[in-house]
Structure formats: C-alpha cells, structure tokens
Ligand binder design. Structure first.
Ligand SMILES: *[C@@H]1O[C@H](CO)[C@@H](O)[C@H](O)[C@H]1NC(C)=O
Ligand SMILES: *[C@@H]1O[C@H](CO)[C@@H](O)[C@H](O)[C@H]1NC(C)=O
Length: 225
C-alpha cells in the first residue's frame, strides 16, 4: 500500500512538473489486441524514451547458445508458443501476450527468450518443460523503437545508436550505476522487446531496452532540475 501510494504520488508529481504533455501512456499498436504490460513515459528524449514498468512476470527459456539473435529468438518463440498453446503442466491454453523479449549476454552468444505472462496467469503460471518464471520488480527502461524486422546485421548499430543518444544524460549515469552495482540490467548487454508477431508483414514495432534501477526520489529530482 505504501509503495503503491508513493508511486501514485510520483506520477502525480511528474504530471504536474511536465504539464502532463510528455506523460502519455502510449502503447505499441498491437497492444490494442494483445495484453501488454502498462508503463509510464517518464521522459521523452532525442532518439530514446525512459519508461517505468510496474512489476512484470515472464515465462522464460533456458539460456540458448547461438551466434544469431534471430535464430535464438525463433527457437525461443517456438518453445514458448508451444507452451502457450497448452503444452504445459496444467494443459492450459494462454492467449499470447506482448512483448516477447530476448535478453542478450555481454558476449553476444547466450540468449534467454521470454513471453510476458498475462495478468490472469501471473499468480500461478503453469510450469513447462525446460521453462522457468522470472518475476521482475518495477524498473526503468531506456527504450529505442525500431521498425521492420529485428535483424542480426542491423541490431549492433541500433544498440549503439541508443547508447549514443543517451550519452551525457542523467539516464546514462543511472544505467552505468545500476550495471556497476550488480543491479537491474547488469547481467545482459541489452534486451530486444518484440511487439510484433513473427508473421506480421507491416507496421512492425519493436524496441531495444536497457533496463535499470533508480530510486523514485532520484527521478523526481532529475525531472525537477
Ligand atoms: C503495480 O502493481 C501492483 C501489484 O500488481 C499494484 O498493486 C499497483 O497498484 C501497481 N501500481 C501502479 C502504479 O500501477
Ligand atoms: C557467454 O556468456 C554466457 C553468460 O554469461 C556464458 O554462459 C557463456 O558460456 C558465454 N559464452 C562464451 C562462448 O563465452
């Protein structure tokens, strides 16, 4: 209750400070049809946005060794859509929610693919073969939206662009601090969040994520500066 209240106070304060203009809770278009976790836009920068997610639950593959992000994501998609189709310990069908995410290791050769678990299933996601549940605390995410297909030959450049757009900002400092102290985001180089279906040909929206942690009080002081 205390936490919920302070989050509420924070949103209120942020809304006041910004005049409400850049705090539109926008979601990618497919979230009209599929369940997506909601987030708050804390800051809209040049080439990036800072989002704040509440707690989320994910169903995740074992680490996948591969040299290709695309191959690993496809492999993960197959395992997880099978699980969602009812091939799980409760024989329960779960409507696929978005995004599905791929966490990429620092050496770029180990991947964990996860599906967002819809709210109704979060208290007790069915166990599945070689799958495990990740429960994330609320966190900040630096986001770059990318259109089209996520592609091995483009992703390195897009990640570098996100890094460059954050350079010199207080967010870059917070991300670095979170990583150096073993906090949120320290285990992975970056995460790709796909808000598009593999068989969707147009209007594809996906995101590159740098998740990090930060005290809400710190954010307020940044926004106030
Ligand atoms: C965050 O999630 C918790 C638990 O589901 C909920 O009680 C709380 O109201 C949520 N807070 C916001 C700001 O949505
Ligand atoms: C890459 O990093 C992952 C996670 O830290 C580790 O499990 C894996 O063995 C590493 N792969 C190589 C080829 O070094």
């Amino acid at each position: 209750m205390e936490a919920a209240l302070s989050i509420f106070k924070l949103s209120f304060l942020l809304t006041l400070l910004s005049g409400g203009s850049d705090l539109i809770d926008s979601l990618p278009p497919n979230c009209n049809r599929a369940e997506c976790p909601s987030y708050e836009v804390v800051h809209a920068g040049n080439g990036y946005e800072i989002h704040r997610y509440n707690t989320t639950v994910w169903i995740s593959t074992e680490p996948i060794q591969d040299i290709s992000l695309n191959e690993a994501s496809g492999n993960g998609w197959n395992q997880l859509s099978d699980y969602m189709n009812g091939n799980n310990d409760y024989h329960q069908r779960i409507e696929i929610a978005l995004p599905y995410i791929t966490q990429v290791s620092q050496n770029l050769s180990t991947f964990i693919v996860s599906f967002f678990v819809p709210k109704a299933f979060q208290p007790d996601p069915p166990p599945g073969n070689n799958l495990h549940v990740q429960r994330w605390d609320s966190r900040y995410v630096a986001v770059k939206q990318i259109s089209g297909y996520v592609a091995d030959h483009k992703i390195g450049k897009q990640v570098a662009e996100l890094k460059a757009s954050l350079q010199g900002t207080v967010w870059a400092k917070a991300i670095e601090k979170s990583r150096e102290t073993g906090g949120v985001g320290s285990a992975w180089a970056y995460t790709v969040a796909q808000f598009s279906w593999p068989f969707q040909w147009s209007q594809r929206v996906n995101e590159i994520w740098f998740p990090f942690e930060m005290e809400d009080e710190e954010t307020v002081s940044i926004v106030t500066q």
